[in-house]
Design a protein around this ligand. Sequence first.
Ligand code: FRU
Length: 513
Amino acid sequence: MRAFEDRRESGSVRETENGRNLPHETLTRRADEAARAGADSVQGDPFRLRYHFMPASGWMNDPNGLIQYRGEYHLFYQHYPYGDKWGPMHWGHAKSKDLVRWEHLPVALAPSEFYDLGDKDGYGCWSGSAVESDGKLVLFYTGHVDGRKPTEAQCMAASEDGVRFEKFAGNPVIADVPDEGERFGFRDPKVWRHGDRWYMVVGSGKNGRGQALLYKSAGLTDWEYVGVAAESDGTQGDMWECPDLFPLGGKHVLALSPMNMEGTKNLYLVGEMDYERGVFTPEAQGKLDDGFDFYAAQTFLDDKGRRILIGWMDMWGSKMIAENRGWYGAMTLPRELKLLPDGTLASVPVEELNALRGEELAYEELRLEDGRPRSWSRPAAMEWLAELDSDGTTAKELEIRLTGEPDEEDVTAIRYVFAERKLTVDRERSGMGDGGVSTSVLPPSAGDRIKLRLFADTSSIELFVNDGQRVVTNRIYPRTSSRSLVLEAVGGEVRFANLKLWSLGDGRDGEEG
Ligand code: FRU
């Protein structure tokens, strides 16, 4: 790992040639070489994930530029290839045919110009999105330069082949905030097409309220400010990072990563979008995920008509960021979003993930007697699916524990309290990472029905309750490699109508380098 840290010096993006900045092409190539060179040294890390997307090496945060282009899924991401901490932001890039097996592609964007390259560390090509126009893959991102005003501006880059990107000569396409007065942030452009126009929302905040600013354009390079599409009601944070506005099931959804909001770091609003007035009116709100490691989610529409969401499966400030492991960051499983009849959202793992299923253990019925736990040894990468038989269940609680063997070291405990429809995920004793207990309450419409689907990877768990009515995503870092799954009924009996356990294969099979 030492060699890894040294590279930050030798590969510094601030290097110049005859006093001038190196060309973008050279900078992306160097960045890519650095990420690939670090790949070997991170191989042995037991916390490298088996079927979740990660950078080959180095740092990764937000998913960017999600798009299906020429039949393939593209995932870009905030990337610092010269170290395992956040640094001058590049855009990493990968593609996939099935959303399961990803192939690393060359780094797409590196800081190289006056609007994204600065002298202080907080500069770079910050988050954004992708669209297809005239056969080209076009990226929008925020050029961020600390210590300069304006600090943030919206920029564009395009590619003919979906691999090499050239920055637009007329950048930035939106050079400054649209109005007078102090703004808290002006970043993370999300662009989409509606009717005969392009639209863009940009995350910002004013007077202590998060905002999504709306722009429109006929040809992608000239943007006209429409106005504030939506604003915090005073309880929804003071800056809205990564806003994403999209149609779903006859409504519109605004997904956000609010800063300084009490109780959550992710939020969605469901409502109506009036394109004439440029105003989104929310009618309902909720959390996309109740866990601790879910941020900066972005969605895109694929050719099957699915609205697919991927989030950063980590959180700013998490304890593991401090570790020097040569890499950091993972993406959640891709999830299909659905609007439910009660006006809330559900997110379900995309069906392609079933291809990861290996060995299966299946029960048609299973009874858990009060206080008599049952346990299975399990692989690190697994999926568990269980449906309760509510008629036969008399217990007050069901507890599901993911533990290390033999004495239940490093326990992650999922508890469901039937009377309150309350689910907690407790990672206080999960291992090396952060602790915390999250609480989710199922809506009354759930009734007695409980279907649990749990995806575990070497250092993550994602729990989907009742086909994604609630989702809980956490990183966990258990110290032991032998693992079990323990089920226990408390205060009565629990009956399962069916229960299945699969070992999951390695989603990296098709990965190159
Ligand atoms: C969200 C975020 C974005 C920003 C990016 C910088 O996690 O803070 O607002 O563009 O990360 O890496």
